[in-house]
Design a protein around this ligand. Structure first.
Ligand SMILES: [Fe+2]
Length: 217
């Protein structure tokens, strides 16, 4: 690493749930991928105004988590946006702590749809649940059913996320961004021009047997 040692980035990732590493070589990327576990999916994320998919369009993309089988998401920037394309990152833990106990309990019963990319995927996941003593978040506004969106607790949750003290950063060429997908909600602002990122989903504990199809959200 040029600016940070391996240990530094791992500590930061554990503490705040994400880390931005500027100017990394492909070799450094491969070392990081190795350290964080199995790559279960690899996707070219190319911003394209013709695209009908949310992920590969050039429009604003609201806060969400990716497939819950991805513990970490790593993006490697091959070509930055000409303008815009800021990554936005909201800490689920911070937002969750603003809820009262009753609201926290309600979130465990609100399920959000999940695309079946892996045989292990269920139809949906709760917004929050506890696994091995750790909270795990799963959230996307557009994948929640209308009846859930109407609930006061869901509206409050969404408002807290939108109005949170979220991080906004821009990926330049050869930058790496790593997020804990079970904690951090990510999105991005509108992109002007072309942008090309390589995205990796990782899970240290899960070996993907096969992927059903290359769906991106
Ligand atoms: Fe995403």
């Amino acid at each position: 690493m040029k600016t940070q040692t391996m240990t530094d980035w791992k500590i930061k990732l554990n503490e705040v749930g994400f880390v931005h590493l500027p100017s990394q070589t492909e070799f450094e990327l491969s070392q990081i991928l190795k350290q964080l576990g199995n790559v279960i999916n690899e996707t070219d994320v190319i911003a394209n105004s013709e695209s009908k998919s949310l992920v590969t369009s050039d429009k604003f993309l609201d806060f969400h988590t990716d497939n819950h089988l991805a513990k970490y998401i790593i993006w490697y920037c091959h070509k930055p946006a000409q303008e815009g394309g800021y990554s936005i990152l909201c800490d689920g833990e911070q937002v969750y702590n603003l809820l009262n106990e009753d609201e926290k309990a309600q979130l465990t019963k609100i399920h959000v749809y999940e695309h079946k990319m892996f045989p292990e995927n269920r139809n949906s996941n709760p917004i929050v649940r506890k696994i091995d003593g750790n909270r795990r978040f799963y959230y996307s506004f557009w994948l929640a059913r209308e009846k859930y969106r109407q609930l006061p607790v869901f509206k409050k949750w969404r408002e807290l996320i939108q109005n949170s003290n979220y991080t906004k950063l821009r990926l330049e060429k050869s930058d790496i961004l790593i997020v804990d997908n079970h904690r951090i909600f990510h999105g991005r602002t509108e992109i002007k021009g072309e942008r090309f990122l390589k995205r990796y989903w990782l899970n240290p504990d899960f070996k993907a047997t096969r992927t059903f199809y290359n769906q991106n959200s």
